[in-house]
Design a protein around this ligand. Sequence first.
Ligand code: ZN
Length: 491
Amino acid sequence: MTIKPAVYCRISDDRIPDDVPDERVEDFIGLGVRRQLEDCLKQVDTRGWGGVVTEHRFIDNDVSAFDRRKKRPEYRRLLRAIRDGSVNAVVCWHVDRLWRQPRELEDFLDLADETGAELDSCYGRYDLSTEDGIFMARLMVSLASKESADKSRRVRRKKTELAEAGKLLAGGTRPFGYESDRKTIRPAEADLVREAARKVLAGVPLSTICREWNDRGVPTATGRFWHATILRKLLNGGRIAAICEHTVYDRQLKKRVLASAVPTKEWPAIIDPRTHRRLRELFSDGARRQWDGQSASKNFLRGYAFCECEARLIARSSSGVRYYRCQRHVNGQPHGCGKTSARADDLEEAVLGQLYTRWSDLGAPGGSQVNVGVEFETLQDAVERAETKRRDWVRMYQADEITHDEFQEGRVAILERVAQAKRALANAEIQTRPTGIDWLALMKLADTASLSDPEQFAEARMLLEGMVKRVMLAVGRGDVVRRVIVEWRQG
Ligand SMILES: [Zn+2]
């Protein structure tokens, strides 16, 4: 029988020493396989089997033979080659490269029995036609299997322990925003993380940010292009908020699930806990897809536009044209005077005009200060209490406990209380907003006043939230520019 030899090489990540820096891991994997390959080819030569054609050099990089979830494409290709007769002898470096699962060996033994394929390794030959040879192969593989299982269990237990203690795990790829030591912040990347968080919360789609970073030549931590999934993982993950997370593989769900999340002092946070919570909420709600694609709201003045009668203006589209309107009823409840409306484009343009005039007058601030000491919880409580009060008020009216006049009378004060609480909270948020506003982009925006671009929309919206208390639209149907009254925040 003519020998048609093949070599099989594999390196699993457990063979990479801990002191290899992350950026060199790939070299190391390549190197490890190269060494195995050289040894194997030498062994083929020693056996006098001649050369091994390139297509019969089977190499799986960084794939564990123990972990059943990981596929070994080259190993599968090798089995096919043996089955179709193009290969009838396999040389590996050590049998633990070929199998770490006894069951896989048994499958191979069946195949060898059918085809008469030979097995050789740089550590000795296995004559699979004899009981002794089969016994040795089984012994070696079961030892490798036990070693892997022990190591896997050890690693898993250690990881869980460390994660629950909020400790830094060794190894793994460099997290974006940090140096390879996983503790030192890489300032340029940290700025990008904050910028992304700010934009996402302002409604910029993830894909827009990714596109911009790719255009600017900003690579991921592993040197790849950004896409929405990677960015969401980064912003949704606890890492950037100094939260130590531990995930476990859930066999039923067939995916990794969060097992523990512990705040840690092992490495510094890039974003504050509150921003992180908001990102979490954003990504966890059902509208998640919205953030990957289209901008959340097209209404630039959402939440800020009021009628002269103090009722909030409602944004509505009719025949493709957007309007801000004072409606007499909202969801069946009495709302406003119903006497004013404006085309959204006109009103937004008028406000933008004033916004930029005001902004130029003030001069571009040098960036706001990060102030994490603000008592968010208290402010949030105030908003919640005011909202509860408002809901109670509406309920009393619905239950006929108060008359319509009484309802209207108390309503203004209650709404003002809600608005005040919300403004205080918004103010506090603005104070903690990280620096890094793209003032150049804002200048450009001032020229073009284009809100159709999601990013410019978000930047302008930030400016609006930072500078404007509210926008009042006077009753009537005349020129919008003359009917707009912008109430500015103080300072
Ligand atoms: Zn009104």
